[in-house]
Design a protein around this ligand. Structure first.
Ligand code: DAK
Length: 258
C-alpha cells in the first residue's frame, strides 16, 4: 500500500490533515493538492467536524510548489491545465475554519497555502518566504495579494523581491501569524484552538469567517452591512436562543449547530 500524501485523523470535533511528503519537504505537487482538497471537502461536509488543523512536519510545513514537476512545463502546459487554479483555488471555498500549524519552512506555495488558512500558529522554528523570484517566476497562488494584505506593502515587497525568509518572531510582529509557540507544542496548540472554535455554534463560526474575509474583499460600508445582515440572520438559529439563555442562567451553552 502506498502512503497517503495527506494523512487524515479526527480528534473530537477537529479534523487534522498532515502533509506527508517529507523527503521533498512537503513540496506541493498537483497530487498533494488533489488529496488535500478532497480531504478538506470531506471534513467540510461532515456534520461532526467544526474546525480543521493543517500541519506539515517539524522540518517543513511545505517548501513550495513542486519545482521538479514544474521545471519542464511550457506556457501552454500551465495555461491549459490552469496551473494553480482548479483544486488549488477550490481550497478557498472551504467554509469551516482551518488553522495552519506551521513548523519549519513555509515557502512559496507553502507560505501561500498557510495564508489561505484562517489562522496561522507558528512554531518558533518557522520560516516564511516567497522565494519564487530566485526561480525566474513570481508567486502564483496568492503570494503577491495575500501577503501585502497581511503584512503591508513594504515587507511584502521585501520578501517577494529579495526572496529573503522571515522567522516566526518577525512574522508575528508583522501580523502574518497569530501566535508563536515552542516547536514541540505547535500541533497541540493548534488542536486546542480548533477545539475551542469547534465548540462554538457552527453557523456563527461560518458566518464569522465569511464576514472577516469580506473585510478583504469589500469597502467598509458594504462590509459593515454584510456583517449586520449576518448578525441579524443568527437570531433565526436555535443556538442564539441557547447561547443567550445559557449566559442568563449562568451555565455552559449546549450548542446543536443549528
Ligand atoms: N519542490 C520540489 N522539491 C523540493 C522543494 C520544492 N519546492 N523544496 C525542497 N525540495 C526537495 C529537495 O530537492 C531535496 O530533495 P532531494 O535532493 O533530497 O531528492 C529535499 O527536498 C530536501 O531539500 P534540500 O536538500 O534543499 O534541504 P535544505 O535543508 O538544504 O534546504 C530549503 C531547504 C527549503 C531552503 C530548500 O530546499 C529550498 O530552497 N527549497 C525550494 C524553496 C522554494 O524555492 N520554494 C518556492 C517553490 S516555487 C506559477 C507561479 C509561481 C509558482 C508556480 C507557478 N504560475 C503562475 C503558473 C511557484 C511556486 C512555488 O512555490
Amino acid at each position: 500500500m502506498t502512503e497517503p500524501l495527506v494523512k487524515v485523523s479526527v480528534q473530537g470535533r477537529v479534523g487534522i490533515l498532515t502533509l506527508n511528503r517529507p523527503k521533498a519537504l512537503n513540496a506541493l505537487s498537483n497530487e498533494v493538492i488533489d488529496e488535500l482538497a478532497e480531504a478538506l471537502r470531506a471534513f467540510d461536509a461532515d456534520e461532526n467536524i467544526g474546525a480543521m488543523v493543517l500541519a506539515g512536519n517539524e522540518r517543513a510545513f511545505a517548501a513550495g510548489a513542486d519545482i521538479g514537476a514544474m521545471q519542464g512545463w511550457s506556457y501552454m502546459d500551465v495555461y491549459k491545465q490552469d496551473y494553480l487554479g482548479g483544486n488549488w483555488e477550490s481550497l478557498k471555498r472551504i467554509r469551516k475554519p482551518i488553522i495552519a500549524a506551521v513548523s519549519g519552512y513555509a515557502l512559496g506555495g507553502g507560505c501561500e497555502l498557510a495564508m489561505l488558512c484562517d489562522i496561522i500558529i507558528a512554531a518558533d522554528n518557522a520560516k516564511f518566504g516567497q522565494p519564487e523570484i530566485k526561480l525566474g517566476v513570481i508567486p502564483g497562488f496568492g503570494g503577491t495579494q495575500r501577503l501585502p494584505r497581511a503584512v503591508g506593502k513594504a515587507k511584502a515587497m521585501d520578501l517577494v523581491l529579495t526572496a529573503r525568509m522571515m522567522d516566526a518572531e518577525e512574522a508575528e510582529r508583522a501580523g502574518l501569524v497569530s501566535r508563536v509557540v515552542p516547536a514541540d507544542r505547535v500541533i497541540e496548540e493548534a488542536i486546542e484552538a480548533a477545539t475551542v472554535i469547534a465548540s462554538m455554534s457552527l453557523p456563527s463560526v461560518i458566518m464569522a469567517k465569511e464576514c472577516v474575509n469580506m473585510a478583504y474583499e469589500s469597502g467598509l460600508d458594504a462590509g459593515l452591512m454584510y456583517e449586520r445582515r449576518n448578525f441579524h440572520a443568527l437570531f433565526a438559529t436555535q443556538d442564539q436562543k441557547e447561547g443567550m439563555a445559557a449566559f442568563v442562567e449562568k451555565r455552559k451553552a449546549d450548542f446543536k449547530h443549528k
